[in-house]
Write a protein that binds this ligand. Structure first.
Ligand SMILES: *Cc1c(COP(=O)(O)O)cnc(C)c1O
Length: 233
């Protein structure tokens, strides 16, 4: 068994335990393997171990990996910042963009999504702990942005993504995640166009997946716990 295969099993085991503790069905929590800085071979190993969805942070690195791995049936999520002058290459190569925090970016992605591809699946990124320098829309502006995004023809609004500052323990981690869950439920209750597809609460990373599952995460974004420590960029 390769190291990546063993680590994936550990992550799935942690997730199963967290689901058990929270009384949740493990099938309701997806796993996105964050492969930023990892070589294509590492993604191949994870694919061979059954992993299908991968997330990238840097556009150029992500696109190179998508092209290098086009022989595999993978689903690719962009989880890092998307500058407006880079939207075209993202719209042409990724399946999902989780880091929508401005309507301008969303409009460009919709306009540039090629007709032969299905709609681009997107999440609104919320700056849930209101960290001053961080990406993400302010929580009080999330509904307005979600409403605008839900009207764009070539995007499909799937949910919210949040990336709070690392917190030291379960209780502290749970506070930000609980706020994200409340906001998710509020937007869901508004029944925006296409609201039946609004099913994704993307919270939880290697260090805090248990708290995220307890709070209602439907998609964990796990890098280090699957691939090991990242080499410096
Ligand atoms: C790097 C990254 C992750 C994964 O972080 P780990 O702590 O390595 O699990 C998740 N989400 C985003 C947006 C990231 O940039």
């Amino acid at each position: 068994m390769t190291t990546i295969t063993a680590r994936l099993q550990q992550v799935n085991h942690r997730t199963a335990l967290a689901c058990q503790a929270a009384g949740r069905d493990p099938a309701s929590v997806g796993l996105l393997a964050i492969s930023k800085t990892q070589p294509p071979e590492a993604v191949r190993e994870a694919h061979a171990a059954g992993q299908r969805a991968f997330g990238e942070n840097y556009i150029q690195e992500g696109v190179e990996k998508i092209l290098a791995l086009h022989d595999l049936p993978l689903v690719w999520h962009m989880v890092g910042p998307v500058q407006s002058n880079k939207t075209r290459v993202v719209a042409e190569h990724f399946d999902w963009v989780q880091s929508i925090d401005r309507i301008k970016t969303a409009e460009r992605l919709s306009a540039q999504r090629p007709d032969h591809l299905p709609p681009l699946q997107v999440c609104v990124q919320v700056n849930i702990d209101q960290a001053p320098t961080k990406a993400g829309v302010a929580p009080e502006d999330a509904l307005a942005l979600a409403t605008a995004v839900s009207a764009l023809p070539r995007l499909r609004l799937r949910g919210l993504m949040a990336l709070p500052e690392p917190a030291p323990d379960f209780v502290a981690q749970s506070q930000d995640f609980a706020r994200a869950k409340v906001l998710f439920d509020q937007i869901l209750a508004c029944q925006l166009p296409g609201w039946r597809d609004f099913d994704t609460l993307s919270i939880g990373m290697s260090a805090d997946l248990e708290a995220a599952v307890a709070a209602g995460s439907t998609l964990l974004r796990i890098g280090t716990a699957i691939f090991g420590e990242r080499p410096p960029r």
